[in-house]
Design a protein around this ligand. Structure first.
Ligand SMILES: C[C@H](OP(=O)(O)O)C(=O)O
Ligand SMILES: [Mg+2]
Length: 303
């Protein structure tokens, strides 16, 4: 691992964090919040050494929670993925995925009986069902006729008071059109999204477009900004803190993205560890440092 440390004149430099310094950082924490994609795994492949490292932390009595912007799985399904990939056993209660947190947000934000129009997958629908939030079932949608006039008069559900955007492999113009028509009803129809990640890191350095691309499309059409449930917004941390007795001064956020994981950690007063195993690269860091453009992360861990 490497740490950023202040130098005369305020310049930060990056050096390997290991041995006593690493032990001191971990020794001072009782809770670690782990991002998932790009930190624990890429796609379905666990990152080398991650499961063993978390096993040692669990054995040392640390509380491990998982905070992922990925909305494609329920808490339950993440617990199963963690077990399948050899990580220490995690109950669903320790997993804060953006699908679960979005459902929790809408349960609080929507008036009784109001429903959500969902651009997302089965996991997002399952968490909404679990939270008791009425919603239109997601899935593929065809244009309701040959002409724009048909698209502009497709039936709308009067109960809809929110458009929720998550990772949707069936995202389409037809769904974008319906989302816009609900949002044109006015500010009483909320625009909520799970996250803005523009890419999802996969095995072997591959990547696919992330939910952020879909959110941008809806925001552009609606000329409105979505409320983002996921990192870097503090809402996800607040969900963790409402479930566990968390002391930010004794909590570490471990992530692979400066602009989501590390930024949320710093906003919430946590110690932050950046792994160079996901989206943010060492080259990117060094470039930001040279241009003095970044000061919002505290630690850097090496590949
Ligand atoms: C990449 C991100 O997930 P996370 O890194 O927050 O687990 C996402 O899947 O959009
Ligand atoms: Mg990540």
């Amino acid at each position: 691992m490497a740490a950023a440390e202040a130098r005369p004149g305020g310049r930060r430099r990056c050096r390997r964090l290991e041995g006593e310094a690493a032990r001191a950082v971990l020794g001072a924490a009782d809770t670690l919040l782990f991002d998932c994609d790009g930190v624990l795994w890429r796609g379905e492949a666990a990152l080398g050494g991650a499961a063993a490292a978390l096993g040692r932390l669990a054995a040392a009595g640390k509380r491990l929670c998982y905070v992922t912007n990925n909305s494609s799985r329920t808490r339950q399904a993440y617990g199963e993925k963690l077990r399948r990939l050899g990580f220490p056993p995690a109950t669903p209660r320790h997993v804060f995925g953006s699908a679960y947190c979005a459902a929790r947000f809408l349960r609080q934000a929507l008036p009784p009986g109001a429903a959500a129009y969902v651009l997302g997958g089965p996991a997002l629908a399952a968490e909404l069902r679990e939270a008791g939030v009425p919603h239109l079932e997601p899935g593929p949608a065809a244009l309701p006729g040959p002409a724009p006039a048909d698209w502009a008069r497709a039936p709308l559900d009067p109960a809809v008071r929110a458009v929720l955007v998550g990772f949707d492999e069936h995202f389409s113009y037809a769904k974008l059109c319906q989302a816009l028509r609900y949002l044109l009803r006015g500010p009483d129809c909320l625009l909520v999204a799970t996250n803005r990640d523009h890419r999802l890191p996969l095995e072997g350095g591959a990547a696919i477009p992330g939910t952020g691309c879909l959110v941008k499309a809806v925001e552009t059409a609606a000329e409105r900004e979505a409320f983002i449930v996921g990192k870097p917004n503090r809402y996800m941390f607040d969900c963790v803190a409402s479930e566990f007795d968390i002391d930010p001064a004794r909590t570490i956020m471990v992530g692979d993205r400066l602009d989501t994981d590390i930024l949320m950690g710093n906003t919430c007063g946590l110690t932050t560890l950046l792994t160079l195993t996901g989206v943010t690269t060492l080259e990117e860091l060094e470039g930001l440092w040279k241009s003095q453009k970044t000061s919002h992360f505290s630690w850097v861990t090496w590949k």
